[in-house]
Design a protein around this ligand. Structure first.
Ligand code: KET
Length: 457
């Protein structure tokens, strides 16, 4: 105890007193060999020392806002009635309200009725979920499932699954680099940076055609060192909304196979691109049919609207069941010290919905409705732009893009104008989430885009 010559009353003062002990070596006597208490004489020295070394976090700078989730924060702070959040890829109703799928509510009611417990899940997650998720992705009859060649681990949605795979790559392929598309979902780079996995970009988007730079993509994948990991968006490429055709997917698989690269799919929008779960998984299934080993990260944020439940999986297709067992054991070993085991609620919802033929049908119907609403606003936005813009610019690229987003081609300054002048919140790469748009707001959005495109350079 500090033998204070003054009364220590406020928490701040007691913090100073405690701090003085630390500054003086805790049990002062132990370090200095004599007891030094706080007296009026040395108090100013203590204060100065505290002021100079006011926090251990002095060297921690302010981080910039996240380019996607930070947009929602800025949107919430805007008090203007016209404001529109087209930043984050989250589905809204025509009234621009968040949407909980009816089938999800139904599954949750069932879970409540059953009175299920809240025990820890195993590290690998809920067995029924892991079975359902792999079947949904690869198809229930896929030989890789029948032969036990898939290591599936429930993880923390798409992001956590990608992060776990990145940790696995860092540990077992420390020499390998990951190729990511240019552009890509902003968080991919963060994930590999934090996992200390080197990455480089392959060409993907061609601003001249507002389409896929297929030649560039193939050339860059070809030029990468053999055995690289190639990150591919399974469907509904984020942010461009441009997917390879089936023929192009075949050629991509050819090069990846030739170069002994490892395909690594990010599947965050299964069912949201075409409205069909099977069709949207066809890119992944093509690689699997060729007998390749494949990584696939899955997310249920969008297609089941389970954003905040953090439910997804990492699947690794291996050459033999014994390999899959070893891979799975190491993924579990990586997950245990990171987050121990995954959350149960979302896993039960998915397992119930996918595992029950009636609910599965209801889900597919609701997904089609969501995908349909997005297609309608896409069409209306195109119609509004074409009618209002007298410059003759061709806006048809909007109709060719698929999924939740439209990549408008607006640059950063133009995107800033969208927000500063029009209160339309979007990412600075020119991406807008059509899932956050209503038919009623299409004309206003078209006015804003035309103004930003023609009047701001
Ligand atoms: N992959 C892609 C391609 C993706 O767009 C997202 C989310 C995720 C993975 C991860 O989602 P999760 O909720 O972790 O399963 N994208 C939207 C939200 C975000 O940035 O977190 C978005 O692009 O708006």
């Amino acid at each position: 105890m500090a033998s204070a010559a003054f009364t220590v009353s406020s928490p701040a003062a007691s913090a100073v007193a405690t701090r003085s002990k630390v500054l003086r070596g805790g049990k002062g006597e132990a370090r200095t060999g004599c007891r030094v208490g706080i007296t009026r004489k040395n108090f100013s020295r203590v204060m100065m020392a505290v002021a100079v070394d006011i926090s251990r976090f002095e060297g921690v700078p302010m981080a910039p806002p996240d380019p996607i989730l930070g947009v929602s924060e800025a949107f919430r702070a805007d008090k203007n009635d016209l404001k529109l959040n087209l930043g984050v890829g989250a589905y809204r109703t025509e009234e621009l309200q968040p949407y909980v799928l009816n089938v999800v509510k139904k599954a949750e009611n069932l879970m409540l009725e059953k009175g299920e417990n809240k025990e820890y899940l195993p590290i690998e997650g809920l067995a029924a979920f892991n079975k359902a998720t792999a079947e949904l992705l690869f198809g229930a009859d896929n030989p890789v499932i029948k032969q036990g060649r898939v290591a599936t681990l429930q993880s923390l949605s798409g992001t956590g699954s990608l992060r776990l795979a990145a940790a696995f790559i860092q540990r077992y392929f420390p020499e390998a680099k990951v190729l990511i598309s240019s552009p890509t979902w902003g968080n991919h780079k963060n994930i590999f940076n934090d996992a200390r996995v080197p990455w480089s970009e392959y060409r993907y988007y061609d601003p001249k055609t507002v389409g896929l730079d297929f030649e560039g993509m193939i050339a860059d994948i070809q030029a990468a060192p053999d055995g690289s990991f190639v990150l591919l968006h399974g469907c509904a490429h984020n942010p461009t909304g441009i997917d390879p055709t089936p023929e192009q997917w075949e050629k991509i698989a050819d090069v990846i196979q030739e170069k002994k690269h490892m395909p690594f799919f990010d599947v965050a929008y299964q069912g949201f691109a075409s409205g069909s779960l099977d069709e949207d998984a066809s890119s992944v299934r093509l690689f699997v049919e060729r007998g390749l080993e494949v990584f696939v990260a899955q997310s249920y944020s969008k297609n089941l609207g389970l954003y905040a439940e953090r439910i997804g999986a990492i699947n690794v297709v291996c050459s033999a069941p014994e390999v899959a067992n070893r891979v799975k054991s190491q993924l579990k070993r990586l997950a245990r010290p990171m987050y121990s085991n995954p959350p149960i609620h979302g896993a039960r919802i998915v397992a119930n919905v996918v595992g029950d033929p009636v609910m599965f049908g209801e889900w597919k119907q609701e997904m089609e409705e969501m995908a349909g609403r997005i297609k309608n606003v896409r069409q209306k936005l195109y119609d509004s732009l074409s009618a209002k813009d007298k410059s003759g610019k061709d806006w048809s690229f909007i109709l060719r893009q698929i999924g939740m987003f439209s990549y408008t081609g607006l640059n950063k300054t133009q995107s800033d104008n969208m927000t500063d002048k029009w209160h339309i919140y979007m990412t600075k790469d020119g991406r807008i989430s059509l899932a956050g748009l209503s038919l009623a707001k299409c004309e206003y959005l078209a006015d804003a885009i035309i103004d930003s495109f023609h009047n701001i350079s």
